[in-house]
Each structure stands twice: as C-alpha cells, then as structure tokens.
Design a protein around this ligand. Structure first.
Ligand code: FPP
Length: 242
C-alpha cells in the first residue's frame, strides 16, 4: 500500500498528521434505529440523522484525501424491513441526490458512484443515480461509493454467473476481481453501534481489511471518531498473510 500523507487542523487548531491513510474505507452506518428508539422517535428519524452524518463524513474523507470510501446504505436484505422504513430510506437517497444535483457543493469534488443491484429500485431513483454518476464523473476528489441494494454474496455470484455465460470453465481470482463491481480492495472497515460483524458487506474486497469498531451509534458518529479510526489504522501492522 502506498503512503498517503494528510495534514489538517482540528477544532483546537492543533496540527495533526496521519502518516498512513487507508486508500479505501468501508463504512457500515449502523445504529440509526437504536438512536431513534432512545429518543422515542420513529426509525426514519434515525436514518435521517444518519444521512446527515454521511454528508459530514464523506466531506471529511474528501478533505483528508482518502481515495475511496464506500457507505453501506441499503443491503439486499433490507427489503425485508417494514415498507414505511424502506420508503423513508429511498426518499433520503432521493433527497441527497436532488440536493447534489441542484447544488454541486453537496458533492464537493467527490465522484459519486453506486454499487448494488438495480433491479427493485424505482426508475425515478435510478435516473437520479445515473445523473449523479454522470455529473460527478470528472471530479478528481474522493470516489464515494454508495452501496444500495447491495449484497457481497450476490455480487460474487453474479460475477461467477457472468463468467459461466461467457463459457469459462476455470475461474481465477483475477476473473472474479474483474467481474465484481469495480471497487478496490478495502483497507479499513468502520462499524459503529457495537456490532462486530460484516453483514454481507464487501466480502471479496474485505479479504485483508482492518476492522475498527465503536459503540457510538451512527447518528452520533463524529469527525473525531473517524480520526480515531484512522489513528488506530496507522498503528496496524498489515502483513497480508506474509
Ligand atoms: C442500519 O442501522 C442502517 C441502515 C439499514 C440504513 C443506513 C442508511 C442511512 C444512514 C441513510 C444514508 C443516506 C444517504 C443519503 C446515503 P439500523 O437501522 O439497522 O440500526 P439499528 O441496528 O439500531 O436498528
């Protein structure tokens, strides 16, 4: 892994430095429901607060010079949730994309991309997703992947099925790497809310990921929590099995 340097000032203007930054961070935005429950609010209020944290953290990734960040926004399993909650999530995605469309500073210099199955997503949202990808394609900052209707197993199975349909009888790791969504290997996976599992997120790309967990619920996740994860990442001795 290359060495990435980032200098920034924190709230107290104290200069901090990261000697090593992950090239690709994956974030599981967990704990929205519990955050809402604690406040006797509907789950959708937790997702709304979580969407604001997504905005803050994706901007901070860009400011730090992180090349790729993937946010797990909606899994292939999340369709099993009550319709009201699914609708609320879909409308949060729409709101963000509409904002990004009318005010490009929302996306900053980030490139927005989507990973996941298109089937099942409304045409209206698909159109906004396509527009966001096209309009930010020339941006040179962080590539922000939004995983919507995404499942790691499904991603690998689709890649294998495609290879079979092309007539392949023997499959290499490179074949699968080239057949899945073009997301690079993930260096660091961040999961707040106290759960310590991968939940079908970036299964292939997480082969050598470092994990960072925290008890903080996603809507309470702060820039300082991201910095804590990055500090910890700096200290990890990555051997990649060697
Ligand atoms: C898991 O927490 C979270 C989700 C299933 C949805 C995550 C989506 C967002 C934060 C909205 C993102 C918005 C944009 C614009 C990208 P949970 O609801 O399962 O929490 P719980 O475990 O506490 O119930």
């Amino acid at each position: 892994m290359g060495i990435y340097m980032a200098l920034f000032n924190n709230k107290n203007s104290e200069k901090q430095e990261f000697d090593v930054l992950p090239k690709h961070i994956g974030i599981i935005m967990d704990g929205n429901g519990r955050w809402a429950k604690k406040r006797a609010l509907p789950r959708s209020a937790g997702h709304k607060a979580g969407a604001n944290v997504f905005r803050t953290i994706s901007k901070e990734c860009e400011r730090l010079g992180i090349e790729y960040v993937t946010f797990y926004a909606f899994s292939t399993e999340n369709w099993k949730r009550p319709k009201e909650e699914v609708d609320a999530l879909m409308s949060l995605f729409m709101d963000y994309l509409l904002e990004a469309k009318s005010d490009m500073t929302q996306a900053g210099n980030s490139r927005i991309k989507f990973i996941g199955e298109r089937e099942g997503i409304s045409q209206e949202l698909l159109n906004l997703m396509d527009e966001a990808e096209e309009e930010t394609a020339s941006h040179t900052g962080t590539t922000v992947y939004l995983a919507i209707n995404y499942g790691g197993r499904q991603e690998i199975v689709s890649a294998v099925n495609k290879l079979i349909s092309e007539g392949k009888t023997e499959i290499t790791e490179d074949d699968i790497s080239n057949g899945i969504y073009t997301v690079p290997d993930c260096d660091l996976i961040i999961r707040p809310s106290g759960e310590q599992r991968l939940s079908n997120f970036l299964l292939w790309q997480a082969a050598y990921s470092e994990f960072w967990y925290s008890d903080v619920l996603w809507p309470d996740f702060k820039i300082s929590d991201l910095h804590k994860a990055l500090r910890e990442f700096e200290k990890r001795n990555r051997r990649f099995g060697g």
